[in-house]
Design a protein around this ligand. Structure first.
Ligand code: NAD
Ligand code: G3P
Length: 324
């Protein structure tokens, strides 16, 4: 829509053929018609060589593999933007850290993170959408902003890479909880409670990891939390609501047929909360429910029955500095 020539890489020959010959990506975007300026290829070399900017928007589980395939083809001037919401299982690294590992020799300032309340199904319909791009380098963030911004897609910049990545990843855990809550027939009070207290634990962990607490009041914090807990497009919400119907986790994942990042992120956040000594009661209950067979209603009782406390969000002092 912004007049750029876009070359999309996919490992699926069928998807590449459908995009190039029918201008459709039906499995993911229904009958929406893609711009003539989007072409697809199965060749990473063709897709990346000479590109001014490369966007990786794959599941977090595929990030390292894709980055290593990309490395030989990424030009010295290209910015590398990712929009993936999750951590690497095992290392517990953020996605920009995985990219920095794999792009040995590349200036890490060229890595940009894109996040915020943005379902692809609505962007393709040109519904007004706002997102945020983060980079330790102001020029790289502004380059991504300039490429993407248009009258229906407004892009903000920030130096807070950690806050933007942590907010985008952890909101998926709360979305699973919101889907469960709705699926169990609890009302709006319960969902508002999950979102608010969920944001408190997201901010606590994020700040301990080095984020600016104010980022959690922004698009990649409360903004994305609202969309993922309330939208009919939300994959994580849908997965949670199926769990409430009594389906097992493996049944839910096979019915979804799309990545549900919140599942692996619950595992990662459960470990990170212990590593950083941060209390994350909602995440803990979801962990028990997803991986240790705890009944949803019993998880709710345990959350509601915690010791009485005061409402402070209790974030530690942030140590992050911004751009000059
Ligand atoms: N869908 C959205 O609107 C949206 C919005 C913002 C961010 N995201 C984030 O983008 C990431 C991807 O989400 P999605 O909704 O597109 O997931 P999806 O499951 O709908 O699509 C993922 C695509 O990646 C491909 N893929 C998976 N593993 C691969 C590998 N090893 N190599 C190559 N391709 C591989 C799949 O075949 C599929 O085409 C997630 O981290 C998600 O949180 C999604
Ligand atoms: O809402 P989900 O679970 O589909 O996640 C997709 C995006 O992260 C929404 O911004």
């Amino acid at each position: 829509a912004n007049g750029h020539e876009v070359l999309l890489w996919s490992r699926s020959e069928d998807q590449v053929r459908e995009i190039n010959t029918e201008r459709r990506n039906r499995r993911f975007l229904g009958e929406a018609v893609l711009s003539e300026q989007i072409r697809a290829t199965t060749s990473m070399q063709e897709a990346a060589e000479g590109a001014k900017a490369v966007f990786i928007v794959a599941p977090s589980s595929a990030m390292r593999e894709i980055a290593s395939q990309l490395r030989p083809h990424l030009g010295p001037e290209a910015i590398l933007v990712h929009a993936t919401k999750g951590f690497e299982t095992g290392t517990l690294k953020r996605m920009s850290e995985v990219l920095a590992d794999e792009m040995q020799g590349m200036d890490p300032a060229r890595i940009v993170v894109l996040s915020g309340p943005s379902h692809a199904e609505e962007v393709i319909q040109q519904c007004p959408t706002t997102v945020v791009v983060a980079s330790q380098d102001k020029e790289a963030a502004e380059a991504a902003q300039a490429l993407l911004i248009n009258p229906y897609f407004r892009v903000y910049t920030t130096p807070d890479v950690v806050g933007i990545e942590v907010g985008g990843a952890l909101k998926n855990i709360i979305a699973l909880g919101a889907g469960l809550s709705d699926g169990l027939g609890f009302g709006d009070n319960a969902k508002a409670a999950l979102m608010t207290r969920g944001l408190a634990e997201i901010a606590r962990l994020g700040v301990a990891m080095g984020a600016n607490p104010l980022s959690f009041a922004g698009l990649a914090g409360v903004g994305d939390l609202i969309v993922t807990c309330t939208s009919k497009h939300s994959r994580n919400w849908r997965a949670g609501s199926m769990l409430a119907q009594g389906l097992s986790l493996s049944e839910v994942l096979s019915r979804m047929g799309m990545v549900v990042e919140g599942v692996k992120t619950t595992q990662a956040a459960h470990k990170l909360s212990r590593q950083y000594g941060i209390e994350m009661p909602i995440t803990d209950e979801l962990y028990l429910l997803l991986f240790e067979g705890k009944e949803p209603r019993s998880a709710v009782e345990d959350l509601m029955g915690r010791d009485p406390t005061h409402e402070s969000v209790q974030v530690a002092e942030s140590t992050r500095t911004g751009w000059n």
